[in-house]
Design a protein around this ligand. Structure first.
Ligand SMILES: *Cc1c(COP(=O)(O)O)cnc(C)c1O
Length: 428
């Protein structure tokens, strides 16, 4: 599906769906009945494919007990490598540069602790104030572990408008005292895609180690990390990759760093050949898998196997193109039908500058999102005024996008949101 000029009307989305080359994937997902799911940027939906590979892992455990580690050429013992092979093409790296391990937060600890070697003159880590806070918590604690104060050693680029970051200002902040820069590829609220190449090139020119958090990018936008020649990256797999709640995360280590000792070592980072000799000396496996710490969390990894295979079948370029078409269509409908109710679009419009969700803003965003839920739409509210809406290439139809906007119109016309309290739940 190429870029399209959209039309109004309720027949039109059906036409888009019937011309959609990825439409056939929808039936392989479990779409909750009567629900329009727009929250796949927070937690992707379950698929039959993911369920199947999970059940196979269960069966191996049930049938084999401890022998699960040896079946199928030690597939589960080497599961990080197995999954890395499926993941590598999505970001354009070699499969041996990836470890599937831990959570995003622990992979930030692992990578920062590997590369952070502060000296008197070069000791700062550059971050931004729009990134998801856990990244900052991890960076702050890594700085403290070196006996430094985050106030001094963590340099924060402040967004001027609370929504977007300006690459030129980031580059200005790459001063001689900066050791590492860690930034998100896609901002989780505004969906801005940062120019990875521009920032990475500037960092490398200044001998600054550069790492990217791909959480909101992987499975949504195409990336070619090899051509960027960055140092490290990390990402979760439960958002656009649909690998399940709390599914195991992953990290990337540029092969030029394979000989560097991981900041946090554990027995699964040991060479597999000598791991079970259980010697007291750590023998580093010098590739991405050497950045694992403990045992592979097989049951949190198994759904990923089925989920990733779907991306291969679909093709990442097709996934990105459809995602752009879905969000463009949504923005078209918002402008056509919703701006008169006080809504505005809080993301950038250009294809190269926006990720996989649309950021709908309204002063009553919280109560409107509650009203949406009561009507079977699952949105994703972010304080104070943002409703994130993520139509997902593999399972959202254009008709659903159309229907959701119609529901929003109805909610606004009848002021349905006024019937909801503005008091927040724990998980909003
Ligand atoms: C989703 C997300 C995380 C989540 O961290 P976990 O440790 O996997 O819970 C971290 N960073 C960013 C930027 C995210 O979007």
């Amino acid at each position: 599906m190429d870029k399209i000029k959209f039309q109004a009307g309720s027949e039109y989305p059906k036409e888009l769906d019937s011309n959609d080359r990825l439409g056939r994937f929808r039936q392989r997902f479990y779409i909750p009945k009567g629900v329009i799911y727009m929250c796949g940027n927070s937690l992707g939906l379950a698929s039959k494919d993911a369920e199947e590979t999970l059940l196979i892992a269960m069966e191996k455990w049930r049938e084999e007990g401890i022998k699960i580690w040896n079946v199928d050429d030690s597939k589960y013992f080497l599961y990080s490598r197995y999954l890395a092979k499926l993941m590598a093409p999505l970001i354009g790296v070699d499969e041996d540069e990836i470890a599937v391990t831990g959570s995003t937060t622990t992979t930030i600890h692992q990578t920062i602790s590997t590369f952070y070697k502060p000296t008197k003159d070069r000791y700062k880590i550059l971050v931004d104030d729009l990134n998801f806070p856990t990244d900052r918590y991890a960076v702050d604690s890594q700085v403290r572990l070196k006996g430094l104060e985050p106030k001094d050693a963590v340099k924060v680029i402040k967004s001027l408008d609370g929504k977007f970051l300006d690459e030129d200002r980031i580059i200005e902040a790459l001063t001689d005292d900066v050791a590492i820069v860690l930034l998100p590829t896609v901002l989780y609220r505004s969906a801005q895609v940062l120019d990875m190449k521009k920032v990475s090139d500037a960092a490398k020119e200044r001998n600054i180690i550069v790492g990217w958090d791909l959480c909101h990018a992987i499975g949504s936008v195409e990336m070619d990390l090899k051509s960027l020649d960055i140092d490290f990256a990390m990402w979760c797999t439960y958002k656009y990759l649909n690998a399940g709640p709390g599914a195991t995360a992953a990290l990337y280590i540029n092969r030029k760093h394979f000989k560097t000792l991981p900041g946090m070592t554990g027995w699964y980072g040991n060479k597999p050949e000598t791991q079970f000799l259980l010697r007291q000396e750590f023998e580093h496996q010098q590739d991405g898998s050497g950045w694992q710490i403990g045992s592979p969390t097989v049951l949190s990894m198994a759904p990923m196997e089925g989920a990733l295979k779907m991306f291969h079948e679909a093709g990442m370029a097709n996934v990105r193109q459809k995602s752009l078409n879905l969000t463009a269509y949504l923005m078209f409908l918002i402008e056509d039908k919703l701006t008169s109710f006080g809504f505005s679009i809080g993301n950038l419009r250009e294809d190269s500058r926006r990720g996989g969700h649309v950021c709908l803003e309204h002063d009553e965003a919280y109560r409107i999102s509650m009203a949406l839920k009561s009507r079977g739409v699952v949105p994703d509210f972010r304080d104070p005024n943002v409703i994130r809406l993520a139509p997902i290439a593999l399972y959202t139809s254009f008709a659903e996008v159309y229907d959701m906007v119609d529901i929003l119109v109805d909610i606004m016309e009848k002021k349905v949101y006024e019937g909801f309290s503005a008091k927040r739940n724990f998980v909003v």
